[in-house]
Design a binder for this molecule. Structure first.
Ligand SMILES: Nc1nc2c(ncn2[C@@H]2O[C@H](COP(=O)(O)OP(=O)(O)O)[C@@H](O)[C@H]2O)c(=O)[nH]1
Ligand SMILES: [Mg+2]
Ligand SMILES: [Zn+2]
Length: 308
């Protein structure tokens, strides 16, 4: 029978069938999946075929995996070329960011957006902790919101304290499978607890955990929402993999650059020192934000040039 993977620990999987029965499953046999090298054969969000092993103990074996619509991966720490699939079959990525306690850097947000473009999963950016924003942060929020909305992204302002933005956020999650990510301390667990009350995920307040200097390897887990939809929590996840992106490709993942590429004088332009560059001209004219260009340049510099 068909089932969906809700949790993966590497050797065991929690799966649910179409009538919402839960099984602990393991893999039988060897899977050849996609054309990618990954450290894990099966991930949260995968649709799999299972055979029940023991009805009393609710155990099953996974005998097959169906094609993935998409997936998102992180780089593995010691193996730049290898990927670890975080989750698959996603409708959207939800980035939780904050402008205070702590402030999420623009660079981090833009790297997230590049990953979402590269993996072909649309992003939504949420600025949380609105209740803490004073005039300065509100001004910054408006600037960033305008900048991102202009290039086609959805931006929300929320507060888990006051409930501001909660309805808009719920509407965005409705009927979709959403992967939530963001730095530690921005309010992801607080948010998931608020929409799935019976969960009681550990938040920083409850645990008293400082979050500093601790390396926890936890696993992605999917939850059914009380209204229709699913959310995938990714505790401990730092960043998505940008490992396969070449310097040549990078500007394709900035929508405001992508639409101007054909106007660059050289078709292999990387928009740094080339004459007749339409991207640099747009930055000079204020049509492309300088902050976005800086993010582009920083990511470009971090990519090994595979052409040389
Ligand atoms: N003032 C304020 N605090 C919040 C808000 N959302 C979460 N927090 C607090 O921020 C801290 C970190 O939240 P947590 O959900 O554990 O963050 P996570 O690491 O992203 O899962 C906790 O003390 C929360 O109570 C918010 O909207 N406003
Ligand atoms: Mg958390
Ligand atoms: Zn150019």
């Amino acid at each position: 029978m068909k089932a969906l993977v809700y949790k993966s620990t590497g050797s065991w999987y929690v799966v649910k069938n179409e009538v919402h029965q839960t099984f602990n499953a393991r893999i039988k046999g060897v899977f050849k999946i996609d054309e990618i090298t990954s450290t894990n054969p099966i991930a949260v969000g995968d649709e799999v075929e299972i055979e029940i092993e023991n009805t009393a103990e609710n155990t099953a074996v996974i005998t097959n995996i169906y094609d993935r619509k998409n997936y998102i991966a992180r780089a593995t720490p010691h193996h730049n070329k290898e990927r670890h699939i975080i989750a698959s079959n996603l409708d959207q990525l939800l980035l939780f960011a904050t402008l205070k306690e702590p402030r999420t850097s623009q660079g981090f947000i833009d790297r997230f957006l590049v990953a979402s473009e590269a993996f072909h999963v649309p992003p939504v950016i949420v600025f949380n902790k609105a209740d803490l924003y004073k005039k300065k942060e509100m001004q910054l929020f408006e600037e960033r919101k305008n900048m991102y909305v202009e290039i086609g992204y959805t931006v929300l302002l929320t507060s888990m304290q006051t409930g501001e933005g909660a309805d808009d956020l719920k509407n965005i999650l409705l009927n979709k499978t959403t992967l939530i990510s963001g730095h530690s301390g921005v309010g992801k667990s607080t948010f998931i607890n608020a929409i799935v009350p019976e969960l009681k995920l550990r938040t920083r307040d409850v645990s008293g955990w400082s979050g500093k200097g601790m390396h926890t390897t936890t696993f992605a887990e999917m939850f059914d929402l009380p209204f229709s939809g699913r959310i995938i929590d990714t505790p401990g996840l730092r960043e998505f993999a940008l490992t396969d992106i070449t310097q040549q490709e990078l500007s394709h993942y900035f929508p405001e650059m992508r639409e101007r590429l054909s106007e660059c004088q050289f078709n292999n332009c990387i928009h740094v020192n080339e004459p007749g560059c339409a991207v640099k001209k747009a930055v000079e004219n204020g049509k492309i934000s300088e902050e976005r260009y800086i993010s582009y340049y920083n990511i470009l510099s971090s990519i090994e040039d595979k052409n040389y």
